[in-house]
Design a protein around this ligand. Structure first.
Ligand SMILES: [Zn+2]
Length: 250
């Protein structure tokens, strides 16, 4: 039977019977994979503490080539992300990022850029104590992640007329996936009004490595816009509400 060995993060774990768990991994080499961890809830399990959400590990699993469910053989922790699990504010942001990846990643569809992005997000979240900054980082993560799976927002010129974006106000149309200029916004009822500064900040974030995003500053007006734009953009493309989104309001 083929052997699957890869750096991986745990997106989700679900109880199976009395002692087992189904673990959803996002792996570097194989994309999303699901594996059964046998005896996980037994006191002396070799998986104890290793198959919790947000753990970054090196996993080895067995299974037939096209099997939906593999069998987990081992899981060696690389980074436990205990700081994320131990803090409610950080935890809820991590949950939203993990759920988005879980929804969007097809099984066995590799996305190395998305994998590195998720790791970078959790590393930043581990050390970021400011809840507002965590909100902004989450939205910018979502924007960058959507771009890795082919949903790249169009932010350089107007999606309706191709014209330049001149401030202070513009629009964003989630259905068309981009910015609308000050002239077209009056005839585009689906576009929500936003500051041009918000659009520029999002554009900049798409060109920067995630590790440097904490340099970007957004006042409450811009942050409110980014929150609204990205949440709408994600919801339109994934065609559903994320369950974990409601945690953000707690
Ligand atoms: Zn226009």
């Amino acid at each position: 039977m083929p052997l699957y060995e890869s750096p991986a993060v745990v997106l989700r774990s679900m109880k199976l019977g009395d002692t087992d768990k189904i673990i959803t991994f996002f792996t570097l080499y194989y994309g999303k994979l699901k594996a059964v961890a046998k005896g996980t809830t037994k006191p002396k399990s070799r998986f104890a503490g290793r198959v919790e959400p947000f753990v970054y590990c090196n996993m080895i699993a067995f299974g037939k080539e096209k099997a939906d469910l593999l069998r987990l053989n081992s899981c060696d922790i690389i980074e436990p992300f205990g700081l994320v699990r131990g803090d409610f504010e950080k935890l809820k942001h991590a949950f939203v990022s993990a759920e988005l990846v879980d929804i969007c990643q097809k099984e066995r569809d590799t996305n190395m850029e998305g994998f590195e992005l998720l790791l970078a997000m959790w590393r930043r979240l581990s050390v970021e104590g400011d809840a507002r900054k965590q909100d902004l980082l989450l939205r910018l993560f979502e924007l960058k992640y959507m771009s890795t799976i082919g949903f790249h927002p169009f932010l350089k010129s107007c999606v309706d007329c191709g014209g330049d974006i001149i401030g202070p106000k513009a629009g964003f149309n989630a259905i068309k996936g981009g910015v609308v200029c000050h002239k077209c916004i009056t005839s585009d009822p689906a576009a929500s009004r936003v500051f041009v500064g918000s659009v520029k900040l999002m554009g900049k974030s798409l060109e920067m490595p995630f590790e440097k995003l904490d340099r970007l500053k957004a006042d409450p007006g811009l942050q409110g816009d980014i929150d609204k734009i990205v949440a709408g953009f994600v919801k339109y493309h994934i065609r559903r509400n994320m369950r974990s989104e409601r945690f953000l309001a707690l």
